[in-house]
Design a protein around this ligand. Structure first.
Ligand SMILES: Cc1cc2nc3c(=O)[nH]c(=O)nc-3n(C[C@H](O)[C@H](O)[C@H](O)COP(=O)(O)O)c2cc1C
Length: 460
């Protein structure tokens, strides 16, 4: 069952396969998710199995561990450490997965699931599926086209994309490549108010429909994999493109140059540190010769480190943010029911239950374990989104059955990006949506409302 025989392949299936053969360009072809009930699962299976007849298999593995291994093989040591690493002994990352494994789906039979509808309305907007690409910084460590490739892939697959504040490509460039694709902006709340306001104006101007404020990274977590390699990408001028493309940020650069370093450590004087300096210069916008002379690239890195994040933030500051943007505000990094209640009280539009993929606090509560109590605490007064540990379609099902309205995908799409760029991100999205839709159908659910009401059993 589930394997299409050749005689059962319909012209529509072949067309999808042909679409992928033609380098993933849709041209004038209708995207399959334009249809009211796109069959993500069967289409993807058909494409994979029919190509398999000719011994063609995708370079982007379906299975997550194989995907991660394949990505590791094509990534630099520093790049892989940055993406795969977690805080401390990685206990939170392990807990995120163990949490999912404790929940079991109880499939129901004999319910008409011939038409599967994965769509939902979120913040007044109709979305074809409950999948969103999470904000992930420094994607240039993963692939040269970085955010641009991910943004385009998300737009083609009709999945919202959240621009990271630590992106490698300015938000305007990504937005311009996304057409009507839905984008949100993720903010790291800087100590510089004017810079925050500038980020908000830019996000609004380039069509972002929501603001995600990440609360869990006022400081960088203790990440042994990066520490053991002595690797912080920002020092090489990576992941600061939203800043170096910002007029307010760049305005102060000359003053920053003359400021004494707040950190007295100087890089060792050798070829490697010269190389790192060259990387800063090469990445900085503008001409090489000017950047070589101006000293602005190094000043930008120093300024970024100085103003990156505001550790003094409290709930009271949200009113200021509300005054400065008309976008819906989501708080990302909520793990306690009490904080979820405070979020409701402070009138935010939504929250994202997340532990940043286990990258911040070692031994933190698994995001999926925190979800049910948080949903209860919000009493349906705002949408609760979820990330941290989503690795397959069944995980999306479980998160939605535990009360999430939608989920954000993190590391899996980053690995797809590492392997084959934009195409890899598209394949990862297609695979996870395929598995989600099949899981829905096979569990007796035709709509997301059915999934929300589906029974899960908890082990132990
Ligand atoms: C390499 C990497 C970079 C990230 N950068 C950001 C970021 O810039 N902003 C942010 O809010 N979250 C960031 N996150 C967290 C993700 O948005 C998301 O919460 C996390 O990836 C979910 O965990 P998972 O990928 O293990 O499922 C990053 C995660 C990874 C793996």
């Amino acid at each position: 069952m589930g394997v299409p025989s050749l005689s059962k392949i319909r012209p529509a299936d072949i067309r999808v396969a042909g679409e992928y053969h033609s380098g993933f360009h849709h041209g004038g072809m209708r995207h399959h998710s334009d249809q009211p009930f796109p069959e993500y699962g069967r289409r993807r299976q058909t494409w994979i199995f029919v190509r398999g007849l000719g011994h063609k298999v995708s370079r982007v593995p379906v299975d997550f561990s194989t995907l991660e291994e394949r990505a590791r093989g094509v990534m630099t040591k520093r790049g892989f450490a940055y993406v795969a690493g977690g805080a401390g002994n990685a206990r939170t990352m392990v807990a995120n997965r163990a949490g999912f494994d404790r929940w079991r789906i109880v499939p129901r039979m004999l319910r008409d699931v011939s038409r599967r509808d994965l769509s939902l309305t979120l913040f007044g907007e109709r979305l074809p599926t409950p999948l969103i690409l999470a904000p992930v910084g420094v994607l240039e460590m993963v692939h040269p086209r970085a955010d641009l490739a991910a943004a385009r892939a998300a737009a083609t697959e009709r999945v919202p994309f959240i621009f990271s504040n630590q992106a490698s490509v300015p938000m305007e460039t990504c937005a311009a490549a996304m057409g009507e694709g839905i984008r949100w902006f993720q903010l790291y709340w800087s100590t510089d108010d004017q810079l925050v306001i500038s980020f908000l104006r830019r996000a609004e101007a380039c069509g972002c429909r929501a603001l995600v404020v990440t609360l869990d990274t006022t400081l960088l977590g203790w990440r042994p994999r990066d520490l053991d390699l002595g690797s912080l990408p920002f020092l090489r001028g990576m992941g600061i493109a939203q800043y170096t493309s910002d007029p307010v940020f760049c305005e102060g650069l000359d003053q920053a140059r003359t400021e004494p370093m707040t950190n007295p450590v100087e890089p060792p004087k050798n070829l490697f540190s010269l190389g790192a300096r060259w990387e800063q210069i090469r990445r900085y916008p503008g001409s090489l010769s000017r950047n070589l002379r101006s000293g602005a690239p190094a000043a930008a890195v120093r300024k970024f480190l100085r103003i990156y994040s505001r550790t003094s933030l409290t709930w009271k500051d949200l009113a200021w943010l509300r005054e400065h943007t008309r976008l819906p505000i989501l708080l990302k990094g909520i793990l306690s029911p009490e904080d979820a209640r405070l979020a409701v009280e402070h009138g935010v539009t939504g929250i994202i239950v997340s532990n940043h993929g286990g990258r911040q606090v070692d031994g933190a509560v698994a995001a999926i374990d925190a979800l049910p109590e948080i949903v209860k605490a919000t009493e349906g007064r705002l949408p609760v989104l979820f990330d941290s540990g989503i690795r397959g379609g069944a995980d999306i099902f479980k998160a939605l059955a535990l009360g999430a309205s939608a989920v954000c995908l993190g590391r899996p799409y980053v690995y797809g990006l590492a392997i084959t760029g934009e195409r890899g991100v598209r394949e990862v999205i297609q695979n996870i949506l395929a598995e989600f839709e099949l899981t829905m159908a096979l569990s007796g659910c035709a709509t997301l409302e059915d999934v929300a009401n589906a029974a899960l059993e908890k082990l132990g």
